[in-house]
Write a protein that binds this ligand. Sequence first.
Ligand code: AVI
Length: 323
Amino acid sequence: MKPGIEWRQPRASAENQQFAADLHAALSRAPKAISPKYFYDETGSRLFERICELPEYYPTRTELALLRTHAADMAAQFGGGVQLVEYGAGALLKVRLLLDALPRETVQFVPVDISGPHLLAACDGLAGDYPGLAIQPLVADFTRPHTLPPCPRGSRRVGFFPGSSIGNFTPAEADAFLRLAAAELAGGGLLIGIDLVKDEAVLHAAYNDAAGVTAAFNMNLLDRAARELGAEFPRDGFEHLAFYNPAYRRIEMHLRATRALDLQLGGEIYAFHEGETLHTEHSHKYTVSGFQAMAARAGFRPGKVWIDANRWFAVLWLEAGPP
Ligand code: AVI
């Protein structure tokens, strides 16, 4: 057997087992709810890329514009040498705007992502475009304790967490992540993108696009269960539901049963009554002061803030107290 295949096979099935276990648990609880991390198989990641380009989905282009306009000012907060740690690195597109504003020889870039093959492919691309840049990828779940490479002497460790990905965490998960980041970035800081509370109509449109891409992204969770786990259900019995819940300041995404139906998974049958939902994602929206207060409780001092003219999206600099 070829060496590469030996480890890939069991890894895929371990992922499937975890997905199956989490989906069984999700369908057994009331209300039914599952982690949004299961959106992101290859199909889901492609659909998310399409979402980012939709006219209604403002966060990506608004944050990119902020980074493009203010990268030099942001980089100036970092100080001299920097070990730049990107959490949930993905395609490594946004960080290029920061790297362009930093003297290459002063940067060690540490992208952290759970998906090894994708991370390494993205690093290859980055290395080709940024010759001489020190890149130390780390394959890890950044929400769990992990060990970063030692910070080069004379450098500050700076975290980068763009995309308002923190909005998909529960408040407890966001607090846990900020505490972990404050500890490992001590003496440095965190540059983070957050989506702001705004007119509900703008939010509603962003998660209910006219082309139906977000609906397909949401539905991919069940499509994936059918593909990978053999789940059986009437596909036309589920519809995309996304709405703003003002009590929690979050968009909620659900898959709603349009009629009473059964979903079969691994020999178990899960009944949905008409209108019952599987909660698939929440996307929290923040105020700048509310987010800074949460970050302060976790050990950060608020620094500079960059906001677009509509006040829809913000990038925050947070100083992590000394070790
Ligand atoms: C990745 N995350 C920040 C996106 C969001 O807006 O919460 C995921 C998404 N869900 C639906 N559209 C986009």
